[in-house]
Design a protein around this ligand. Structure first.
Ligand SMILES: Nc1ncnc2c1ncn2[C@@H]1O[C@H](COP(=O)(O)OP(=O)(O)O)[C@@H](O)[C@H]1O
Ligand SMILES: [Mg+2]
Length: 269
């Protein structure tokens, strides 16, 4: 039986797809058979970030509608043979994701995979609700700003009331905070909330803090999940988050302001 993990947020553009790609890749690199599903019908970002966009023939909605089977639609990652992508449809209407259809696909995948990651669209409409409904675990992706924290809080309410686990009075969805695009210098100047501020408001365990990093854009432009770049700060931070997800005790990094060396202080960075 697979563990179903939703990467969600409420707000758009906070780093859900970046995180889904990184965490799925991290789990697979650790030897767990993992599939990452793009629930963002109409947008199709995940396959670009994963670098498999040219290989998309069938998608999630084709499988739900019985136009293709999972074997035909799953794309095997080039770098890691334990990693698969189920891409989103680019054109279909958003109502294509039905509870029955999604449930059936997840049930089939469950037999064969250790982890199923669901990359949620923004908002609290159908797509986002479908992505979180079947979750065992939720990674609530949040930026250190008030509007993002507010929307994450709303999603926590949804997880606690509208998920399958809530409906069936099962053990609640396990919730984790993933703080992304964190810039310690801007926290210091008061432009951004601190890790402690966000944790105090949302009051859920911290899975990781991902620094704001140039390496994320570089990685997504080249279709390689940033976690593969273990020279980069963001890549290392995602690797730490994956380790914590797997139960390891890893200290936080990249939360303090980088001390500038003498040369940087004189000449700027
Ligand atoms: N840690 C980060 N540092 C810098 N840019 C980031 C980081 N995480 C995400 N981004 C950028 O933010 C934008 C939105 O990210 P994305 O993962 O698509 O968010 P979402 O799926 O929540 O809409 C993208 O341009 C991405 O490159
Ligand atoms: Mg996205």
């Amino acid at each position: 039986m697979a563990q179903i993990i939703v990467v969600t947020s409420g707000k758009g553009g906070v780093g859900k797809t970046t995180s889904s790609a990184a965490i799925a890749t991290g789990l697979a690199l650790k030897g767990h058979k993992t599939v990452v599903i793009d629930f963002d019908i109409g947008l199709r970002n995940l396959d670009l970030i994963m670098g498999c966009e040219r290989r998309v023939v069938y998608d999630f909605v084709n499988v739900i509608n019985g136009e293709a089977n999972l074997n035909q639609a799953l794309i095997k990652d080039k770098r890691c043979d334990k990693l698969f992508v189920l891409p989103a449809s680019q054109t279909r209407d958003k109502d294509a994701l039905t509870k029955e259809g999604v449930g059936k696909v997840l049930e089939d995948l469950s037999k064969d995979f250790d982890y199923i990651l669901c990359d949620s669209p923004a908002g609290i409409e159908t797509g986002a609700m479908m992505a979180l409904y079947f979750a065992d675990t939720a990674i609530v992706t949040t930026n250190p700003e008030v509007s993002s924290v507010r929307d994450s809080d709303r999603i926590l309410g949804m997880l606690q009331s509208r998920s399958r686990r809530a409906e069936q009075s099962l053990e609640p969805v396990k919730e984790y905070l993933l703080l992304t695009r964190y810039a310690p210098t801007r926290v210091k100047t008061g432009e951004m909330l601190s890790v402690e501020d966000v944790q105090e408001i949302l009051a859920i365990p911290l899975l990781g803090v991902i620094p704001e990093s140039q390496s994320v854009l570089k990685a997504s432009n080249s279709g390689v999940p940033v976690i593969v770049d273990q020279q980069s700060d963001a890549g290392q931070a995602y690797a730490d988050a994956v380790a914590r997800l797997l139960g390891e005790d890893v200290p936080l990094r990249f939360v303090a302001e980088e001390k500038k060396g003498l040369l940087k202080r004189i000449f700027g960075s």
